[in-house]
Design a protein. Structure first.
Length: 364
């Protein structure tokens, strides 16, 4: 019967959603027009955060086993793309919020205290699920980020500190990459040789440059020595481990080399999807920073140097999180180690066939 089927309004539970905008200014008999916009924007954020959590959990689940069906990589990439598209949308929502003037905001700002976006449980869960560790978090008024959450919310957030994150499963997946070294192909050796030849050629060109002074040549050559030292870090396990311990690098050496291999040989058919996956992780990190930056500018515009409603330093706190709260920054930094395609070590035919869509004419 038709009566048994839900209507559009019932299916979406619109009565609950559209009835949840309770303006505090109206309760106090001094309604402020722009408070409705403020509430709807932030409620929409929370709905999108829920979807992002849903997507991240599904991606982590794909990678939880010791092996992943390669056909699922495309599904993972599509879901990461969806996360990034949602992030872009949340950034544009800030533009809508900017249609409210600072003085309009001040009409109801004091009514929010001590409520703050810092208390968004879902946003903290997203950060934890991506792989942001407590030790890498910026202190909030010199306190742990859970200090200002209710006991229930604190438990919800900390639950996701103690399970596999997107960073964890991606690192493990990369460490299982089988192409880096076998009896026919030693990627480390071939790559290092190509880098050495490339840098030696660059130094030669500097020395032959008649437009540079001796001091200018020395400065550029010294700079190339530093570049070579950076490349050398990839192959020196003890130095790399020192960087891991210091927190300057988060990803393991093995996973880092695997990611670099994928980036260098991304044109090989089987590496197309893994390369897109890595770029989407970088996009997600950068979009989060774009959101933080836009949010920081909004805070600066609305409250200047005042403290936030939750007690933070407002603009200054938000700005600092851009440098501190990156998760996949190590993948972005791998661009340092890219070399021209023409300088890449030539892959053995047997390995190239494994990486491509190989068709044997003898089978005809």
């Amino acid at each position: 019967m038709q009566d048994d089927k839900p209507s559009y309004k019932e299916y979406l539970q619109l009565n609950k959603i559209l009835g949840s905008q309770k303006l505090k200014s109206e309760v106090l008999d001094r309604p402020v027009h722009d408070e409705m916009l403020f509430i709807i924007i932030h409620q929409t954020y929370e709905l999108w955060f829920k979807q992002i959590i849903h997507e991240i959990l599904s991606v982590v689940e794909y990678f939880e086993d010791n092996s992943i069906n390669e056909t699922n990589i495309n599904t993972v990439v599509l879901r990461l793309e969806r996360i990034n598209d949602i992030q872009k949308l949340t950034i544009t929502q800030i533009e809508i919020l900017e249609s409210m003037t600072p003085m309009d905001f001040l009409e109801f700002r004091d009514l929010l205290n001590p409520a703050s976006g810092f208390q968004s449980v879902q946003f903290r869960i997203i950060e934890n699920l991506l792989g942001l560790k407590r030790i890498n978090r910026l202190k909030f008024s010199k306190q742990e980020y859970t200090k200002f959450l209710s006991k229930e919310d604190k438990n919800s957030v900390e639950k996701y500190e103690n399970q596999k994150t997107l960073f964890d499963v991606i690192e493990s997946w990369l460490e299982r990459t089988p192409f880096l070294k076998n009896s026919e192909f030693d990627f480390w050796k071939g790559y290092k040789k190509s880098v050495t030849l490339m840098l030696e050629n660059d130094v030669k060109l500097i020395n032959e440059n008649t437009y540079l002074s001796n001091d200018g040549k020395k400065e550029q050559i010294d700079n190339y020595k530093k570049i070579y030292e950076n490349y050398d870090l990839l192959f020196d396990r003890s130095k790399y481990n020192e960087l891991l311990k210091s927190g300057r690098i988060k990803i393991s050496q093995k996973a880092s080399l695997a990611a670099l291999f994928i980036m260098l040989y991304r044109d090989e058919p089987i590496l197309h999807a893994p390369y897109r996956l890595l770029t989407k992780l970088i996009d997600i990190d950068q979009s989060l920073n774009s959101w933080r930056y836009s949010h920081a500018l909004l805070a600066k515009r609305m409250i200047g140097n005042k403290i936030g409603t939750g007690g933070s330093s407002g603009y200054n706190y938000l700005k600092k999180t851009m440098d501190k709260h990156n998760v996949f920054n190590d993948f972005s930094n791998l661009s340092t180690y890219l070399i021209p395609k023409s300088a890449l070590p030539v892959l053995p035919n047997k390995l190239k066939n494994k990486l491509g869509y190989y068709f044997n004419n003898k089978d005809n």
